[in-house]
Design a protein around this ligand. Sequence first.
Ligand code: ADP
Ligand code: ADP
Ligand code: MG
Length: 657
Amino acid sequence: MFSKILIANRGEIAVRIIKTCRRMGIKTVVVYSEADADSMAVEMADESVFIGPPPAAESYLLADKIVEAVRLTGAEAVHPGFGFLSENASFARRLAAEGIVFIGPNPKAIEAMGDKIESKKFAAKAGVSTVPGHVGEIDDTAHAIKIAEEIGYPVMIKASAGGGGKGIRVAWNRKDVEEGFPAVKAEAKASFGDDRIFIEKFIESPRHVEIQVLGDKHGHVVHLFERECSIQRRNQKVVEEAPSPLLDAKTRKAMGDQAVALAKAVGYDSAGTVEFVAGQDRSFFFLEMNTRLQVEHPVTELITGVDLVEQMIRVAAGEPLAFGQADLKIKGWAMESRIYAEDPYRGFLPSIGRLVRYSPPAEGETVTGIVRNDAGVREGDEISMFYDPMISKLSTWGKTRDAAIDAMGRALEDFHIEGLGHNIPFLAAVMDQKRFRSGKLSTNYIKDEFPEGFAGLPPTDAQRDLMTAVALSMHRTLTRRAAPDLLRQDWIVVVGHQKRAVRVTADNGDFTVEGEGRQTRLESVDWRPGQPLFRGRCQGQDFTATVRPAAEGFIVRHRATTLHVLVLTPRSAALHEKLPPKKAADTSKMVLSPMPGLVVSIDVVAGQEVKTGEVVAVLEAMKMQNIIRAERDGVVKAVNAKSGDSVAADEVLVEFA
Ligand code: ADP
Ligand code: ADP
Ligand code: MG
């Protein structure tokens, strides 16, 4: 076995590999760019080597720098992670020539599978069912039309060298091919320096199902079952699970057998993934093979108990696989959510920046299952523009699919991030949708379910009950001195657009709210003023809500639902009713203080050009820091506040020209 491994990657996957190496007693080296000098991976590795400026082309993609770092540290092998040099056959060859072990497949296998046209030909020869289409290069638009019409519309025009969802376009008719063929050709040339194009049948409303394979250098290949990755945005995976709710035992076996046959035919000798598109009728067709560890590998590890990184290291060191196909069994169900730095409420706009707060859920066994969070960041770290905007991968395991979904829903409640936009509410919405739970997935899922974009989910009755109780409990805590007895009077709680007359009928640690025929029991409350997370048990179920003060009342988010909640006495509710509705001034060119508070910082100056999403100011209210961002692009005309100022709700902080 190796005594020292160099990891030619960064972020969560570098940390993931270090964890397994530590367990195996192997020393680790990471390389890092200027942007990653203080990263978690650098902190955790035994040694680290600086390799250049932030852009990957000047650091992580430079084979020379990696080889130099290996020489400097005396590492015996290189794990490339995913992305970067992981599927680069000439890098694998270069390492071999230098006497360094590449922890991945042999270069011939990388080459054979790295190209979509070649791999499709190869797969067809190995008896794998491929998407009907033309397996060969297409010369020009006229040729493309001829091929498309032979296959029959709709078709998919694809770059042979494509990857990461780029260089792909659907054509529904002749006109689409006339426009699409030159467009994909140009994109392929620009992105991959290779403009070979092919055309295949577009499978409508398909599902993405892939098989994890594992081979050694002694001719053994097994598969570790499937993952379904149909929840995609722009052909990029967002939620993955294992096993797939689509497959039955027969299809699983057929798919697994084909994947193993293909792996054997290319002499595959590491961990890899054979991707298929599947119809709702369980027909399936080979798409491509990824000759590396896959982003979503944790779900396979959770249902099989196999550490794929450990297996990659062992087979690279020449060990034969210690288990055969018959030793592998599926146990339970696993889900993975990719937590991205993007704002789901604004068309999933990238939202990079500093993780002002980063508090993931506790990992390990819980009452319902297992929680695992693969991350490479800590509170205070920055998600930079140079690399993938993934913050972490949250995975859960349960005995059944429902249990895994429940565990994911709970884990997402407990994941708290501030400082940048993130897709946690969106992921929570998917977990709470009936269609997702029913397993009727397709790669159109997000488009079908959120045709107008994402705006949160409407509250259920149970969520209104929960938020009513939470707001009353917060009100009691915050006004304890002024109104010591919550029990003595009636309350009007405005929860979203609903107004409820309620009474608190018990308040001795446990807390009962009654009114309008509903009764809500809130127990084990864990919240103090200033805390953004409110934990408790409602109707016997543990929950976590995100809370923050508003100009009046509170903003409460539970999973995918956010509501404004007001706690009023009947008297103040009556007065409230009489207030003239606030006239909507044109505030489109102003940044207003959303609540009364203390200005911590104003982060712009007059004359400055500001882009949507940039931080304009930071405001502290009830001991919480609130980041105020520009809602649109513009130039700052005036700044009306400075750090240290106390401001009222709706006070103008910054004006745009
Ligand atoms: P996968 O097929 O493993 O699910 P994707 O298709 O989502 O990965 O990613 C497309 C490409 O981007 C892959 O080549 C993958 O290796 C790379 N990639 C994805 N996420 C990261 C990351 N966090 N760091 C580096 N590379 C990544
Ligand atoms: P990449 O190398 O970018 O991962 P893939 O060939 O794996 O490219 O395709 C990415 C995604 O595009 C798939 O997961 C699937 O959702 C969709 N896709 C690809 N080919 C087809 C097809 N022939 N029919 C329908 N969807 C497809
Ligand atoms: Mg793919």
